[in-house]
Design a protein around this ligand. Structure first.
Ligand SMILES: [Zn+2]
Length: 260
């Protein structure tokens, strides 16, 4: 999760708590007869390029994570997941580290990034790693949107991934910010994308020093953990430095495995 995502999350939570998240917004009634509206403003806005159409209400984020999420690796090994890329600066560094340690990881890629850096998506696949759809533009509210929008976002992201790496299996979906809804879990599953959460979050998106990332991961990781880190979305130098220690350490203590 990136800082921008965090502020969006914080804002979302505040709006949720105050219960006014989408107050005043209502679904657009394009078919309303003109005579039925006493409003001086026309229902259909004349200049759609300069206005934002009214959006449907967002469904609330449940207080508890919905059921059906994968939060464990499914084996004794630890699953490493890298989110928000691919990124031309950091993804190659992580790939080199993984290759040196001879382990595989899961990359939760953002559709826009995949479209921009297709060669990195192809390299992730070529080097034996696993792909996870992480939405088109890291929409932390995606799970709250209408089902058709969720589906379209995931499809668009899959298409960008497949344009870069045709036929590559996209095993997982991970909701940005972990703000899952039950509806979204259902849609992902219908599309053959398994919902992947995590169990260890060192909050590396907040730029703690490498030693803090190491301490947090080592303190929380057990057999079967799913570790969340980021290879994009900001300055990831500390994550890169932490991984130089963590990848060999976790491999030695638990083994590193792809989630299943
Ligand atoms: Zn993310």
């Amino acid at each position: 999760m990136r800082p921008r995502a965090l502020s969006a999350l914080a804002l979302g939570l505040v709006l949720l708590v105050t219960g006014c998240g989408e107050a005043g917004k209502s679904p657009e009634k394009a078919a309303a007869p003109a005579s039925a509206s006493p409003s001086p403003t026309p229902v259909t806005k004349p200049s759609p390029t300069h206005t934002t159409p009214a959006k449907p209400k967002l469904r609330p984020v449940p207080k508890k994570l919905p059921s059906g999420l994968h939060r464990a690796s499914g084996s004794n090994g630890v699953a490493l997941t890298f989110d928000d890329g691919p990124d031309p600066r950091y993804t190659p560094q992580i790939l080199a580290q993984l290759r040196a340690a001879r382990v595989k990881a899961t990359f939760c890629v953002v559709g826009q990034q995949a479209k921009r850096y297709p060669e990195l998506v192809a390299r992730i696949v070529r080097e034996g790693h696993q792909l996870c759809n992480h939405s088109w533009h890291h929409d932390v509210n995606l799970g709250r949107r209408p089902a058709a929008e969720i589906r379209a976002d995931l499809e668009r992201t899959n298409e960008a991934i497949h344009a870069a790496a045709p036929k590559a299996p996209i095993t997982w979906f991970r909701q940005p910010g972990g703000r899952w809804t039950a509806e979204e879990v259902t849609i992902a599953k219908q599309m053959g994308l398994r919902p992947l959460h995590w169990s260890v979050d060192p909050q590396d998106w907040d730029h703690p020093p490498a030693k803090t990332i190491i301490k947090r991961v080592k303190g929380a990781t057990r057999h079967g953990s799913v570790v969340l880190m980021h290879d994009a979305g900001g300055d990831r130098a500390q994550t890169m430095a932490a991984c130089r220690h963590l990848i060999p350490d976790l491999k030695r203590r638990f083994g590193i495995a792809l989630p299943r």
